[in-house]
Design a protein around this ligand. Structure first.
Ligand code: M6R
Length: 367
């Protein structure tokens, strides 16, 4: 039931504050992390020396968002990889339970992700799955699992599941850090306090939807877009580009902003808007320099960042307003919402079937 919304995608975008609230309720008790629900109890965290996060599509991007945070929290290397590559390339895995392979899948049935999980299990790795469907094949084949709090996702374009995946990974790494003795109770308290602000922050972004709809109307006729960002905004650029091509069939590519001058800037002209994600973070100044380079080549800039930031506003043709967070994972999560809405409105304005885009299935059970 779509309720008051014309499409499941828009409904699911609006459910995201509740996905976060349910995560707070579901993975914490008495203001501390619930180690059982976060899959810690069935893992031997102290043994871990490396982590591989393996998934497809948007679920893979959720891994990219959390990689740096997990590395810093657990002080071990984290690799994030596409499942269809991981399963065949014969990756070097430390056996003897020293490697944890985390697979992420909304459906829990994705063929390449399931095959990667089985490969890992067959190579003496520990395995953890993050899924939205209880008793799915991936859940059944994992040593440990975390059930996401997204609720059923109907739209083929993943929206609320992405937010659910990021939250699971983030809270899991805090819990694993606690288990390893690296994360203090104070740090966890601070993280949970910030997390409690998130539902309202996301709700505020949703209130800007008519502004985003207007920006979408201005740009929906272009044939090609570049999305750029740095730090945790880089995976969000990838996610933004994926969403746009998936439902509007417009060509969109994502680059780390620092890569522009290594090739893609050659593409920049007045016919290809560049969507630059530039929140108030330690990367912003560098991203603004990239924006200036694009402008110098007659490129069009749609920014995503703090609308109160006059300098940023002055270098963008249009600026989608997005809140800032000092937490890089939450920042990524917040920047996702305007891009979901942007793709949604562009696709609707072009008359596309946003819930059932051509050539795509919700669950990819064949490779
Ligand atoms: O069910 P899964 O999370 O394993 O699916 C993975 C991808 O097929 C999925 O995220 C896909 O990329 C989405 N349609 C993106 O919106």
């Amino acid at each position: 039931d779509k309720g008051e919304f014309p499409h499941f995608m828009l409904k699911e975008i609006h459910e995201q504050p509740d996905v976060i609230r349910r995560a707070i309720q579901g993975y914490t008790s008495d203001n501390s992390l619930d180690l059982k629900k976060l899959g810690i109890e069935r893992l031997e965290v102290s043994k871990l020396e490396q982590i591989h996060i393996v998934a497809c599509g948007t679920a893979y991007i959720a891994g990219l968002v959390c990689r740096s945070f997990i590395e810093r929290t657990l002080q071990i290397p984290v690799n994030v990889e596409i499942a269809s590559e991981f399963r065949y390339r014969e990756p070097f895995l430390l056996g003897d339970r020293k490697t944890l392979v985390i697979v992420i899948s909304q459906s829990g049935e994705t063929a390449d992700t399931l095959a990667s999980l089985k490969y890992a299990a067959g190579h003496e790795c520990q395995t953890l799955s993050i899924c939205n469907v209880p008793f799915s094949s991936i859940v059944r084949h994992s040593q440990s699992s975390i059930l996401m709090t997204a609720g059923p996702e109907i739209g083929v374009a993943s929206t609320k599941a992405f937010i659910g995946q990021i939250l699971c990974l983030y809270l899991w790494s805090l819990a694993a850090g606690k288990e390893k003795g690296f994360t203090s109770i104070v740090e966890i308290d601070e993280a949970l306090a910030e997390l409690k602000q998130l539902p309202n922050q996301v709700a505020k972004v949703l209130e800007t939807k008519s502004d985003i709809e207007k920006i979408a109307a201005k740009y929906n006729g272009y044939k090609s877009f570049l999305f750029v960002g740095r730090g945790s905004s880089y995976p969000i650029a990838i996610e933004g580009a994926l969403k746009l091509k998936e439902i509007s069939y417009i060509h969109a590519e994502a680059y780390a902003a620092g890569e522009l001058k290594h090739g893609p800037i050659a593409l920049v002209d007045k016919d290809m808007p560049v969507l630059a994600i530039a929140p108030n973070d330690r990367y912003q100044e560098k991203t603004v320099s990239n924006i200036l380079e694009i402008r110098a080549r007659n490129g069009i800039i749609i920014g995503l960042g703090d609308s109160e930031n006059k300098h940023l506003a002055s270098v963008c043709d249009d600026l989608m307003s997005g809140p800032s967070s000092s937490n890089e994972v939450f920042q990524a999560l917040l920047s996702t919402i305007p891009l979901q809405l942007f793709s949604y409105y562009v696709a609707c304005q072009r008359g596309e079937d946003v819930d059932q885009p051509r050539n795509l299935a919700k669950s990819v059970t064949v490779e």
